[in-house]
Design a protein. Structure first.
Length: 513
């Protein structure tokens, strides 16, 4: 019966698709990149724990003028630069212990061919025309800005701009305003946190210009089909990674995790929300419809073709200042991990700062928070409880005298996890840890043990309850600190209490700093 149920669950498993942005290969990975990747990892692990079948995609964004320029400045070929830096991002992913299913590089053939395929669809559907572009271009952002958007002669992002005039292909983005507005207003959770919706809404309401989607002043890009002189705009190329990594049309993964998936989530930083919430859905719709068929498509059909959620997270500063190479205050995730360990790093990034808000990284806060929650609270709870099991119960978890009910922590944090309110979920878990620590203090099992058979049974009930609590806490923390939780499960010989399994005295879970 149980097997039958499990099988059904598997067959009906929901699918979830999670993507990180693909990272530019012109600089070393820093804490911001680690943050986005970890946010995806937590969502992926949680979805799996809930029984979903998950595909988690990440990779590197390797074309464009910026990369070409960095290669020139550093005397490398663009490809050599890409190979070198892409490997740093892959190494970072491994160090962070992220569970991505694949890693795409935009210079791979499997990507380039799909970008050209998407282009051809847009072209055949009548969305692309040739024209001349004049405007302010910021290489750093790989984006054009209108005169009215400039602030003191610079892009709104602070990037330097230069005047450009060139022949280029345009995408008729101006035709998508109404449909995008409909998506923003009617497709639930399309942009999260909800506070960010206004930003894209007002951008679209301000009127969309057609978008220049090819370049002729450099070569490092995917060629425009049938016109060698042009390369495809790097954002059109980069966004396509979300479907090229799945194999695009006809591929099993594409059908499973895009076409038939109702939970496609792009995690992005707030700086790149516009590309994901405006351009990307327009490109996707343009690949399926021409102007007439788009006008006749139902909302349901349209909503199924665009991502389900674009979650824009905030930015990290260091000790209150913007991180930058020139200030020399960029936090290197590798250094933090080497110094304090992976799980403390994973934990800190999500425990303090509401996901979606900007956060500030300070080493003092890092130490205080991880000591308080992981060392003194959770780690201590495990240590105290299991020491009593080892010392007073021969290493076996005592059987309770009656059936014991404990609060269901997993249920309690589920609503927070589904809204990506990671700090709130962690807050609940830590509150639960504190309650368990108070319970052990109050019931003082070490005293009860000395009070004869009855006392020992009472102590046994306390310890049983605490073990139950620890396993629940571990389960709920697994997405955040998978390695440490694994150690807890190993000590217990599994995820559930067994009375016939001898418990090993655990090693220290978290070192105090
Ligand atoms: N290549 C584009 C994304 C293309 S996706 C189709 C890009 N790359 S990036 O390497 O510059 O940035 C990748 C991610 O790192 C972005 O989501 C960005 O918001 C994030 N971060 C970069 N610096 C950051 C902080 N200081 N703090 C938090 N995240 C930040 O954009």
């Amino acid at each position: 019966m149980k097997n039958e149920k499990m099988k059904n669950k598997k067959n009906n498993a929901k699918t979830t698709y999670i993507t990180s942005p693909i990272y530019y290969v012109n600089a070393q990975p820093h804490i911001g990149h680690a943050y986005t990747s970890l946010a995806c990892d937590i969502a992926a692990r949680w979805a799996k724990m809930c029984g979903d079948e998950v595909f988690f995609a990440t990779g590197t964004d390797e074309f464009g003028q910026k990369i070409e320029k960095t290669a020139r400045d550093t005397n490398k070929t663009p490809q050599a630069l890409c190979d070198e830096f892409s490997s740093h991002f892959q190494a970072l992913g491994e160090k962070l212990n992220i569970c991505n299913n694949d890693f795409i590089r935009t210079t791979q053939d499997r990507h380039k061919t799909q970008v050209q395929k998407l282009w051809t669809k847009l072209f055949n559907n009548g969305w692309i025309y040739k024209g001349k572009y004049e405007g302010w271009y910021a290489i750093r952002d790989e984006a054009f800005y209108d005169e009215k958007e400039l602030i003191n002669g610079k892009a709104p992002t602070g990037a330097e701009v230069e005047w450009k005039s060139e022949e280029c292909y345009f995408f008729k983005l101006s035709k998508f305003g109404a449909i995008l507005e409909k998506i923003y207003l009617e497709k639930t959770n399309f942009v999260l946190p909800k506070t960010r919706l206004n930003e894209v809404l007002s951008f679209v309401r301000g009127g969309l210009s057609d978008l220049c989607i090819s370049r002729t002043n450099f070569n490092w890009g995917v060629g425009v089909p049938n016109n060698e002189k042009h390369v495809i705009y790097v954002w059109l190329d980069a966004l396509t990674n979300y479907i090229s990594i799945l194999g695009y049309e006809g591929a099993d993964n594409y059908n499973k995790f895009w076409v038939n998936c109702k939970n496609r989530i792009h995690f992005v930083g707030k700086d790149i929300l516009r590309f994901h919430a405006v351009y990307w859905p327009a490109f996707l719709l343009g690949s399926f419809y021409n102007e007439d068929s788009l006008a006749n498509a139902t909302s349901e059909e349209i909503f199924a073709k665009v991502p389900d959620t674009i979650f824009a997270h905030g930015w990290w500063t260091k000790d209150g200042e913007k991180m930058s190479k020139s200030l020399g205050n960029v936090v290197d995730p590798n250094e933090v991990m080497e110094k304090y360990g992976l799980d403390k790093f994973r934990y800190f990034l999500f425990a303090t700062n509401p996901f979606g808000n900007d956060g500030n990284f300070s080493e003092a806060d890092f130490i205080a928070k991880t000591n308080a929650d992981l060392v003194n609270n959770f780690g201590n709870l495990v240590q105290r409880t299991l020491t009593i099991v080892a010392k007073n119960f021969d290493g076996y978890i005592p059987k309770p005298s009656t059936e014991m009910e404990t609060d269901n922590l997993f249920e309690k944090i589920t609503p927070f996890m589904t809204q990506f309110a990671y700090d709130k979920a962690i807050g609940e878990i830590i509150k639960y840890c504190s309650t368990a620590n108070e319970f052990i203090d109050k019931s003082a099992p070490w005293k009860l043990i000395k009070q004869g058979e009855d006392g020992k049974q009472q102590a046994g009930d306390v310890i049983y309850t605490l073990c139950e609590n620890i396993l629940q806490i571990a389960t709920c923390l697994e997405a955040f600190i998978p390695d440490s939780v694994q150690k807890v499960f190993e000590v217990f010989g599994g995820r559930a209490i067994s009375h016939s399994q001898k418990i090993n005295q655990p090693q220290i879970l978290f070192e105090r700093v």
